[in-house]
Design a protein around this ligand. Sequence first.
Ligand code: B12
Ligand code: SF4
Ligand code: SF4
Length: 335
Amino acid sequence: MEEKFKELARKEGFDLISFLRPRDYMTAEFFKKWLESNFHGEMEYMARHLDAIQNIEKIFDGHGTIIVLAASYFTFSLKKFMNNPERALISKYAWGRDYHKVLKKKLKRVLRELDLHGKIYVDTGPILERELAYRAGFGWIGKNAMLINKNFGSYLFLSEVILKEKLETDEEQIQPDLCYNCTRCIDACPTGAIVEPRLINANLCIGYLTVEYKGVIPEELREKMGNWVFGCDICQEVCPYNQKIPATRIEDFKPREGTFAPLIGELLSLSEEEFEERFQGTPVRRSKYEGFMRNVIIAAGNSGNPEYIEKLKKLWEKGNDLWSPHIEWAIEKLK
Ligand code: B12
Ligand code: SF4
Ligand code: SF4
């Protein structure tokens, strides 16, 4: 059964698969301190997870096996667009079809094939996915907090299946930390969000500000966001372990037309219908039109291109309360 599962999952495009027995988390305390420092910002659902993370029976009771999986979504580097003031940057994880849906569908197919019934988690629920992947021997937790695999790098989605059956487990094989003296990610993070190795203050992370945070972006952070309009890949792009890695085998993760490095000028005149059409089925829809355009306005402000002022004024006429303070700021900067 175990080997058959691995074979089918590999065929679906998963690169790393391991079977673990549920046991207490070793980093529950680290997670609690992260919450106590308010590093979760407005992600209240993270605080609600604490109880189940400290009392794992709330999720795993009656379950004998956790299958941990990682799937690469790497396609190509964004480096050549990173200093291009005409381009807006969308994080690699959002270029293709939404990974939650893609991976769940694949795992359901594997379970069905083997007549197994399990609960599937992809980036959801009170699960410390990075710790599980670490215990599964997939890699180490880098100073940028990413789970990094020596061969596949860190552009990996993690997911889990929990089963009632007590299947034979793989041995927990802990991989050595290969960061050594490197600090490239910490040095490159524009907002100082990596407050210490492996510890991220989400309030400062562009991945949070552009996707999860719905309000007015603090003025002191706007310039630091550069041209990122959805997510941020800087601390991964600079990592030496992401320089020579194979591309994903999953077709759905390959970039869709218009999702990577679109022109800022084009995005500034995007209507809500065009936004829905262009990003339908991709993770970008999470920011919603309003949040996405707020990010585009900031990117325009950071572009140094006064030609955008006219388009910004047109957006101003729409009278959106969230956009207005950002438009004012952007126009002032471009004058
Ligand atoms: C909340 C969240 C965020 C928040 C906070 C991120 C953070 N670092 O805390 C925000 C919105 C900022 C975010 C951003 C991103 N995220 Co996110 N996020 C999550 C989520 C839902 C929960 C993470 C969490 O609990 N954070 C709290 C902190 C305390 O936990 P943690 O970061 O997981 O860190 C653990 C370990 O590092 C460990 N730890 C600390 N020291 C040590 C030492 C050792 C030896 C060990 C074993 C562990 C360890 O303790 C922590 C608790 O277990 C997970 C999915 C999940 N359920 O796990 C995805 C997840 C972590 N995110 C993911 C991704 C892809 C991203 C982005 C790259 C997206 C983007 N391009 O913008 C960025 C990366 C930012 C970064 N450098 O971390 C992937 C990471 C895959 C990987 N290879 O690691 C995950 C696993 C989702 C998935 N299913 O694939 N994310
Ligand atoms: S994702 Fe961007 S902002 Fe967040 S820690 Fe990494 S480099 Fe910093
Ligand atoms: S950039 Fe360097 S320090 Fe940061 S995660 Fe990669 S190897 Fe580790």
